[in-house]
Structures are given as structure tokens and as C-alpha cells.
Ligand binder design. Sequence first.
Ligand code: MLT
Length: 411
Amino acid sequence: MALMNENYLKLQGSYLFSEIARRISEFKKENPQADIIRMGIGDVTRPLAPAVIKAMHQAVDEMGQPGTFRGYGPEQGYEFLAQKIIENDFTPRGIEIDVSEVFVSDGAKSDTANFQELFGINNILAVTDPVYPVYVDSNVMAGRTGYPNAKGQFENIVYLPCNEENGMKPSLPLTRVDMIYLCYPNNPTGMTLSKEELEKWVAYARENKAIILYDAAYEAFIREENVPHSIFEINGAREVAVEFRSFSKTAGFTGTRCAYTIVPKEVMVYDSQGNCHSLNKMWLRRQTTKFNGASYPVQAAAAAVFSEEGKKQIRETIDYYMENAGIIKRGLEKAGYKVFGGVNAPYIWFKTPNQMPSWDFFDKLMKEAHVIGTPGAGFGASGEGYFRLTAFNSRENTEQAIERIKTRVFF
Ligand code: MLT
């Protein structure tokens, strides 16, 4: 008899975005005419940049010729891409990264979910609340937590509430933690930490020999000064942090799949005897065993993101989404909602009127405005009473959605 991994019994029936998709499809069945505008999952809508497409076509042609065909690539990614990543994303910010510290992959979702494998099962993890559910669920699956309580919070996880009172900024944990997930610009709240605020986290990690798992998937959307683009802008972070980056939102790769993780050589974890071990070596061991690299055409396409035309084209797309973010933010504020985010991130986080439960608000918005968002409760207990919209739809749909919310949704 094959026994199951009983940790799966601790999880909710379905992943947040699968549950949303289920509710939409049910609503669509009953209301086939409804012209639904999707601003729920953070999925991009603008096509890949011409420079990216050109590079991908060329790489596909190379794969069709005996002289240029490539089989398995390096599990860690091609050096041509790692070099471009370093030169463009880190060197200009005064951050030194070695090619052996760059791990190219097929997505930041899988990297953030898989990375926890390198840590002991008894580590205590801290997450902000609300939080991107992948960090929590992947640790639950691994058995690092107990069962959830009535609020859906798991035993052995330290939740750091982010709410209106603290301006959506988490306080340092009051009890010792070993693994800390931080995502900035934040998904779902769209808020950021300043350099000084991030310095406190690095200091905490150094004092407690904790590791910060820093998700910077939305860094390209940062507009304001004094907002760190990388945790490695903070002195001392190389010893206590790894950073996840993604081409998904930056360059429209949600369907193409490419991301990378920076694991500095200095970052260490400890065995039960107190000896230190390199996370970089462990991640290399893990990736070479379980992953065979992102495909060559995809990596060639990702490298084109850093060409002169690529950078210009991608900047235009990001500007376009950020204009949408401004339209949503201003529109909701005008309609009387209390709004967060949308300045340095493609996510707009707002309070539901009259403390309406967020799934009820989801249903109301879907039924009355045919607009789909994401209920805050799906991101954790502190997300209850909040709602998230994304800026990734077209201009026309974004304007239409705000108009519908203003004119059709009343309390
Ligand atoms: C989100 O909507 O939170 C993101 O799109 C999910 C993801 O990137 O996996």
C-alpha cells in the first residue's frame, strides 16, 4: 500500500488561483454573455518584445541546423545569460555577483517553492501576512509546519501582520526564526521597504544566523528613489540572503518561463554539529539532480531583454502597466476606497467597504461589475477585509473595470 505524504492533508483543497479560476468558470456557465475583465492573477497581457521574439526565432533556427544544434545545456543556465544578468541587473547598482552565483531556471514560483528543500525540517519560518501563498504551501508540503488553526495559520510559522496600522510594513519577529521570506515590491500589497527598513532585516538575519529568502520578482516596477532593487544593495546581505528574480512580469515571460536566483558563495547554513555549509553548493547539487535547465531558445530570448532595443521595448511595456496602476489607484481613491500599492508595483491593494469579507467582495464584484480580482483572505488572515487588483490588463479594460466599479458596485 502506497502511503501518502500526509502534509498535503494540512492544505486547503485548492491553490488560491485555481479556486478563483473555478469560480469564474462556474459564473461563466451561468452567465455566458458576461464580458469578464480579469484583474485577478498577476498574468501579463502585452506580447513579448520584438527584440525578444527575434532572438527566440533565431535560436529556434539554430536548433534546426546540425552545426548549431544544442542538446542539454548547463543546469545552472548558459553563461551568456548569466553575464548579461550581472552586467545589467547588478553591476550598475554597485553589486558584485559571480556567474557561479546565478542560477537560471524556469520560474520564480518553482524556485521559491523548491528552495526550502535545502533547510532542516525543524527550522521556524517567518512570513509576512498577507503573503504569496507559494512560500507557505511549499513549506507545509515539506512538513515544516503543523496543522492550521481556525484562521488558517499554520503551527511553526511566525506570521508578521502587515496592515493599515503599520502601513503594510512587517515588524521584526518577537521570537527567533530561521528562514524569513520577504517579497519587495510586495505581492500582494504593492508596498515597498526603504533601504533603512531592509537594513534592519539583514541585521536581524546576521544576529540570528537566519536566512532571508528575498523575492524581487517585481523590482522592475520600482519608480521611487531609496527603494532597494536588490537585497544585495544592503551591506552584509551576501552572508544571509538569496534573491529570486523573474522575467515573467518584467518582460512578459509568464507563458515563456524564465527566472533566476542569486545564491552568494558566502551564505551558509549549519548542520546539527554546528558546521557551516554553502547554500550555493547545495542549490547547485539540487538543481543538477532535479533540473535540466531552461530551454536554449528561452534563455536566448531572455538575454535579448538586455539588448538596447530590448531594454527600451520592455521599459515601454512596464510604463504601460504602471499607467494602468495609476488609473486603478486614482479611480478607486476617487470612489472612496482606501488604497495601498500601485506606485512601485503592478498590484493595487485596497480595503473592502464596511469590512466586507473579501470572498464576498470577490463575488459581488464578479456578479455586479464582471470584474475579477483576488480576495485578500487568499493571501492570509491579515488579508481579510482587503482586495487586490492587478495592472496587467489592457488600458481599455483597466479603464472599463474602474468605470464599472464606480457605477455598478454600491454598498
Ligand atoms: C499573482 O497573481 O500573485 C502571481 O501572478 C502569481 C505568480 O506569479 O505565480
